[in-house]
Design a protein around this ligand. Structure first.
Ligand code: FAD
Length: 377
C-alpha cells in the first residue's frame, strides 16, 4: 500500500540536463541525497541525483515524521560513549539542522517539540538521567511528572524536547529535491545505479541508508537493513497527540497528522529478528500490535486507512556513517541513522557534500566509515 505521506499530490521536480558529464553522482534521492546534491550544486559542481524509485520513495517518505535532535541514543548514553564534548557538538549541530528544516520546509514542518515517555520506573530513571545531562550541558528540555489523559496512567513521566518538531516527510523531501533541481541538479528517477563503472569516472556519494545499494564494497551490509512498520488511521475529530510521542526506548511512536489521522509506528520488538530485513512488506503480527495499541490509547476501535513498511539502516554504535568508503576510489557514503534520520539525514547530507568539496569538520572522525571494519575510532 502507498504510504500516507507519499499519497499526497505533488508536482515532479523541474527537469534539468547537465551541460557535460557529472562531477558527482549522488545515489539515493531521500533526504540525505537531496541535501548532499543541493550543497554540492551550491559549491559549483555538476551533480546528477539518481534513485531506483522516485524522490522520497525510500524511508524518507515512509517514516514516522519525527524531527528529533541528537543522535539515535539519548544524550547521556551518547556522552558516555563518545565523550561529553563530542555529544554536545552532535546535539548543537543537529539543532542547527532543525533550524535549517524550519527555514526550508515551509508547511511540511511544525515546530511543536516532542515527548519522550517513560512506561515504568526503570525507564523513568533513564529519562531523568538524560534530562539532567541535557540541562547540565545547557540544552533546552522540560520535565513532566503530571501527564494529561490519555497519557496519564499509562506513562509515568516525560521529557519535552523543546527544539524538536514534526514533518510531513514526503512533502519536505520533495521540496528539498525541487530546491536541488532549481540549483542545477539533474534528477533521474527510476534509475538504479547497478555498478560504479557506469558512472563516467564521477565521484560517487551513496545515500541509501538501509536500502542495499550494492555499491559500498567492503562496507556493504554493515549498515544493517532493518524494517519499520507504520499505520495511519481514519481521521478523528479530537486533537490528542499534537506533538511526536515516543516511549519504550522508541519501540512505540505516534502523533496525529494535520488531518487528524493517528500515525503510529514501531513494535518491531514483537518480532525483532524477522524485522532485520530489506523486504518492505508489512506483517500481521506488527500491524495488529500497532492497531491494538492505538485503539487502547484512543479508547475505541479506529479504522486503519494506510499500512506500510520502510527500511532504515542500523549501526551498532548508534552513530551515523559519513565519509570516504575505505578501499574504494572517490566513493563516499552518508547513512546509518538507526531510525533517526530525518534531521541527521539533512545534516549528514550537507556534511558529506562539504567533505567531498575538501572541507574538514571535527565530526567526521567520529562518523568514519572505516570503524565498521574495526579500523578508525
Ligand atoms: C518506518 C520508519 C519510520 C521511521 N521514523 C523516523 C522518524 O520518525 N524520525 C526519524 O528521524 N527517522 C525515522 N526513520 C528513519 C529515516 O526515515 C531514515 O533514516 C531517513 O529517511 C534516511 O534517509 P536517506 O535519504 O538516507 O535514505 P532513504 O530515504 O531510505 O533513501 C534511500 C534511497 O536510495 C535508493 N537507492 C538505493 N540503492 C540505490 C541504487 N543502487 N541506485 C539508485 N538508488 C538507490 C532507494 O531507492 C531509496 O529511495 C524511520 C524509518 C522507517 C523505515
Amino acid at each position: 500500500m502507498i504510504p500516507y505521506w507519499l499519497s499526497e499530490a505533488h508536482e515532479p521536480p523541474p527537469a534539468v540536463a547537465l551541460d557535460g558529464p557529472p562531477d558527482v553522482v549522488v545515489v539515493g534521492a531521500g533526504v540525505t541525497g537531496c541535501a548532499a546534491a543541493l550543497r554540492l550544486a551550491h559549491a559549483g559542481m555538476r551533480v546528477r541525483l539518481c534513485d531506483a524509485r522516485e524522490v522520497a520513495g525510500g524511508a524518507s517518505g515512509r517514516n514516522g515524521g519525527f524531527a528529533l535532535r541528537g543522535a539515535p541514543a539519548p544524550f547521556d548514553v551518547t556522552a558516555a560513549s563518545v565523550g561529553e564534548e563530542s555529544a554536545r557538538a552532535i546535539w548543537a549541530w543537529s539543532e542547527r539542522a532543525i533550524d535549517r528544516i524550519e527555514e526550508l520546509a515551509g508547511d511540511a514542518f511544525r515546530r511543536v517539540g516532542s515527548l519522550r515517555l517513560a512506561v515504568d520506573e526503570e525507564e523513568r530513571d533513564e529519562l531523568r538521567s538524560e534530562y539532567d545531562a541535557l540541562v547540565g550541558a545547557g540544552f533546552a528540555a522540560e520535565w513532566l511528572d503530571d501527564l494529561a489523559p490519555p497519557l496519564a496512567g499509562r506513562f509515568t513521566a516525560a521529557i519535552r524536547h523543546v527544539p524538536d518538531g514534526v514533518l510531513q516527510p514526503a512533502r519536505w523531501v520533495r521540496r528539498l529535491a525541487r530546491l536541488a533541481a532549481e540549483a542545477g541538479v539533474e534528477i533521474r528517477e527510476h534509475a538504479r545505479v547497478t555498478s560504479l563503472d557506469e558512472l563516467e569516472g564521477a565521484t560517487v556519494v551513496v545515500c541509501s541508508d538501509g536500502y542495499p545499494s550494492g555499491l559500498l564494497g567492503p562496507i556493504e551490509g554493515l549498515i544493517i537493513p532493518t524494517r519499520g512498520q507504520v499505520i495511519a488511521t481514519e481521521p478523528i475529530p479530537e486533537r490528542l497527540f499534537q506533538v511526536p510521542h515516543y516511549g519504550r526506548h522508541g519501540f512505540d511512536y505516534w502523533h496525529q497528522a494535520e488531518d487528524g489521522r493517528v500515525v503510529a509506528g514501531g513494535f518491531r520488538d514483537v518480532s525483532l529478528f524477522s524485522e532485520f530485513t530489506a523486504d518492505e512488506h508489512t506483517t500481521d503480527v506488527v500491524q495488529d500490535a500497532l492497531s491494538s495499541f492505538v485503539n487502547g490509547l484512543v479508547g475505541r476501535e479506529l479504522r486503519v486507512d494506510y499500512r506500510w513498511a520502510g527500511i532504515f539502516g542500523l549501526v551498532m554504535d548508534f552513530l551515523p556513517v559519513v565519509g570516504a568508503v575505505p578501499g574504494l576510489d572517490r566513493v563516499w557514503v552518508a547513512g546509518g541513522y538507526s531510525g533517526h534520520g530525518n534531521v541527521l539525514g539533512l545534516a549528514c547530507g550537507e556534511l558529506v557534500a562539504r567533505a567531498v568539496a575538501g572541507e574538514d569538520d571535527p565530526l567526521l572522525p567520529l562518523f568514519d566509515p572505516g570503524r565498521l571494519l574495526g579500523a578508525g575510532a
